[in-house]
Design a binder for this molecule. Structure first.
Ligand SMILES: [Zn+2]
Ligand SMILES: [Zn+2]
Length: 270
């Protein structure tokens, strides 16, 4: 679905932003949108506004605390007959109008309780899965698209390029024995800057990537997903989102588990 490569990309992208934020689109469409938003400040602003609204709604939902006496008040408002019915839980004895009134109350309460819970879970889940795409983009563009340099950087070059983040190099070297450095750079993908290390063992390449968070982005608990054959492990690291990723392999989950706390540690000292 090559929605975005048309004559009026903005007009194509705008109506999709809402669904994009809800993670309802095909992965390839997500990528097209990310790519466009990276280049187009207007659509980027539109996307940020939608994300901002979602965050505000989430905050509002979290602050809903039904009053403790709600149940009592509902019961008190029932007629004796309704109360008897609800007490006995024998719906067959209830007159149809009584039943429908109580059912309406029950349905409304259930809807509130369910929607609060579902909203909380879904927004968290969707957002964090969406965030894993942010890391994945870097691995895809720099590693899978064949943009690794023919000659890997020397350690000295890597330290220079990573500048204030060169402490990461020591971490990956220590935690990834048997892997050799294939890339170390600061790169820009879809308008976002990454600190990116790629390590290779045989033909298997693992990316360690960090990107500064945008407002509202967070991964309170480490999260993983497989996106187009790439396993992406994401985590919070101060002002950054951190990612460990590579083609699905049995080593990768263990590596991610070891690397995550060490990266978080070193990022705190920068
Ligand atoms: Zn645009
Ligand atoms: Zn890169």
């Amino acid at each position: 679905m090559n929605l975005i490569h048309s004559n009026s990309p903005c007009q194509r992208v705008r109506p999709l932003l809402d669904s994009y934020v809800s993670n309802e689109l095909l992965i390839e469409t997500n990528h097209d949108i990310l790519r466009h938003v990276g280049d187009c400040p207007q659509c980027r602003t539109a996307l940020q506004e939608i994300e901002g609204t979602r965050i505000a709604v989430r905050r509002a939902v979290r602050s809903i605390h039904p009053p403790a006496d709600l149940r009592e008040r509902i019961c008190a408002s029932l007629t004796p007959r309704e109360a008897a019915w609800t007490g006995s839980l024998r719906p067959r004895l209830a007159a149809p109008h009584v039943m429908s009134r109580w059912m309406a109350v029950a349905a409304a309460l259930t809807a509130v309780v369910l929607s609060v819970g579902i909203l909380r879970n879904l927004t968290l889940h969707r957002n964090s899965t969406g965030l894993l795409h942010v890391g994945w983009m870097d691995h895809k563009e720099c590693v899978q698209a064949g943009h690794l340099p023919a000659r890997p950087p020397t350690r000295e070059q890597a330290v220079t390029r990573l500048a204030s983040h060169s402490g990461l190099l020591g971490v990956v070297e220590a935690e990834m024995p048997g892997y050799v450095l294939r890339q170390a750079h600061e790169c820009t993908v879809a308008g976002r800057k990454y600190i990116h290390l790629a390590m290779a063992k045989g033909g298997h390449i693992v990316s360690v990537s960090l990107v500064r968070k945008n407002p509202g982005e967070r991964l309170p608990a480490p999260k993983s997903a497989t996106i187009e054959g790439v396993e992406v492990f994401g985590f919070d690291s101060g002002d950054y989102l951190g990612f460990v990723m590579g083609e699905v392999s049995k080593d990768l989950p263990g590596l991610a588990t070891k690397l995550t706390p060490r990266i978080q540690q070193v990022m705190q000292t920068l």
